[in-house]
Design a binder for this molecule. Structure first.
Ligand SMILES: [Zn+2]
Length: 74
């Protein structure tokens, strides 16, 4: 029998998707962006990973510029 979850939003082993409070985003910055971040300038991350804080599983990761913009300085 097919798992219907295969067609829904990505989720971790606990079943949380990236909109769940247990799932936190972790931004990755380029070397230059990291420097800007240290000196207090908001840099656009090069990638955002959505990681479950319970099982530590990465649910989703994106380098879509439109999504990255939402995570500037976060
Ligand atoms: Zn989980």
């Amino acid at each position: 029998m097919e798992n219907p979850n295969n067609f829904s939003k990505p989720a971790c082993s606990c079943g949380y998707d990236k909109s769940n409070l247990k799932v936190q985003h972790k931004c990755e910055y380029s070397g230059f962006g990291q420097v800007l971040y240290w000196i207090g300038i908001s840099a656009v991350p090069v990638r955002v990973n959505f990681v479950c804080t319970v099982c530590n599983e990465a649910i989703e990761s994106t380098d879509d510029p439109n999504i990255l913009k939402q995570y500037v300085g976060r």
